[in-house]
Design a protein around this ligand. Structure first.
Ligand code: CA2
Length: 147
């Protein structure tokens, strides 16, 4: 059966394309979601995307994923990556594998971005490849066998 993939975007990622292009690139979040949708369709996967600036809304969406048939998650939790035990707990509580994505190479940046509350429970982590990192994560997820 084809995967049903949920891509989650965390806080401030709605600003993509409008500010800090040197770090985050020129594409808007809509542009990224369109590229993901095109790739998912090519793989025959169902795709849902969700962005929120709210930690609680992200936790609620992760909990919903356990009920709505989602089989794989790709998540860029933004700054919550480095702060949120709640998002970690939500991901740990559901039995859905996930890939952590960052547009920028967080290891080339401030030291507070070097720690992630998600990485040790993720299947894998992609950082620094811009939108190509999201596409690589989606490609990877789409080609994993389902348990
Ligand atoms: O590199 C990434 O994808 C990050 O997850 C982006 C987060 C940052 O806190 C993480 O350390 C790394 C920040 C997203 C902010 O996005 C903006 C986009 C355009 C303009 C301003 C912020």
């Amino acid at each position: 059966m084809a995967h049903q993939i949920l891509v989650l975007h965390g806080p401030n990622l709605n600003l993509l394309g409008s500010r800090e292009p040197a770090i985050y690139g020129h594409l808007s979040l809509d542009d990224i979601n369109t590229e993901l949708a095109t790739q998912a369709a090519g793989f025959g996967c169902a795709l849902q995307t969700f962005q929120s600036n709210s930690e609680g809304e992200l936790v609620t969406r992760i909990q919903q994923a356990a009920q709505d048939g989602t089989t794989y998650i790709v998540i860029n939790a933004g700054a919550y990556t480095h702060t949120s035990v709640a998002i970690r707990d939500a991901l740990a509580a559901i039995n859905i594998p996930f890939v952590e994505v960052h547009l920028s190479n967080v290891y080339k940046r401030e030291s507070f971005r070097h720690h992630s509350y998600l990485s040790d429970i993720a299947v894998g982590v992609v950082a620094g490849l811009g939108v190509a990192g999201y596409l690589a994560a989606l490609n990877f997820a789409a080609h994993q066998s389902q348990s």
